[in-house]
Structures are given as structure tokens and as C-alpha cells.
Design a protein around this ligand. Sequence first.
Ligand code: ZN
Length: 158
Amino acid sequence: MRCDELAPLIEAIADGTIEPSPEDRAHVSSCPTCSARLAAARRIEEWLSAREVAQPAAGFTAAVMARIGDETWKTERVVDIGFNLFIAAGVLVFMAFGAGLAWSLGFLTVTLDTEQLLRAVFAQVEGRVISQLQTTAIAAVVLTMALALWWWAEEATD
Ligand SMILES: [Zn+2]
């Protein structure tokens, strides 16, 4: 009974992790089985501690940590760019919708001024061509603003 209780503790006693109680000590010194177990465990412990522990090459830890940091940075970078592109795309759609709405309601005064100017300059040009120019101008403005916002988001992230 005493041997079974002591068996799981033999290794810890051998490597000094736990201090055996006086009762354990008394039992080990009087029990051939437990004293043999403890002696074997101590031999293994000595053999293990005498073995050379492989030393990593100089700078190994630093190199690994740098590599991990680099990978993390790359991943975060990709996420950042993806997020910014997603935001830019969302803003682009929103602005295109807003511009289209303002255009259809006649609230886009800047474009209306452009229309007046273009009408004066190209008096003989068909209205259809003018509306195409307006569409192109709106698209250019929206795209420029989206790119400016994307650039701003990139700057804000860095
Ligand atoms: Zn015993």
C-alpha cells in the first residue's frame, strides 16, 4: 500500500522537485522495492542532467522573433489594404448613388454650371454629347474623391 502511494512521487523526489516526508524517508530506507525505484530514478536524473543540451545557434531566437514579427506585419498590411479598398469601394458606390440622386433631382449646381459653360462653348454640339461629357465629369470627380479618400485612409493607418 505504502509502495503504491510512493511510486508516483519517486521521480519528483529523485529530481528534488518535492521533499519526501519523514514517513516516506523511513519507508524508502526500509523497503527494498522503493529504495531500488528511487536509486534508479536518481541514476536517470543524473544521466539526464549530465547530457549536453543542444544550444541554438547565436541569434536564433532573435531571427525567429523577427520572422514572426515580419509575417504578422505582412498579414496586418494585407488586412489594412483590403479594408481600405473595401471602404473606398463602399464610398465610391455611396457617392455614385448620391451624385446620381443629386443629378436626377437637379441639385448638382456645379455640374449645372458646367452644363451652362459647355452649352456656351459648344453651342452647335448635340445635347446628347454634352450629357455624355457631364457623365464623364461626374465619374472623374467621384473617382478622384474615392482615390483621395483611399490615400487618406492609407496615411491614417500608417
Ligand atoms: Zn515500498
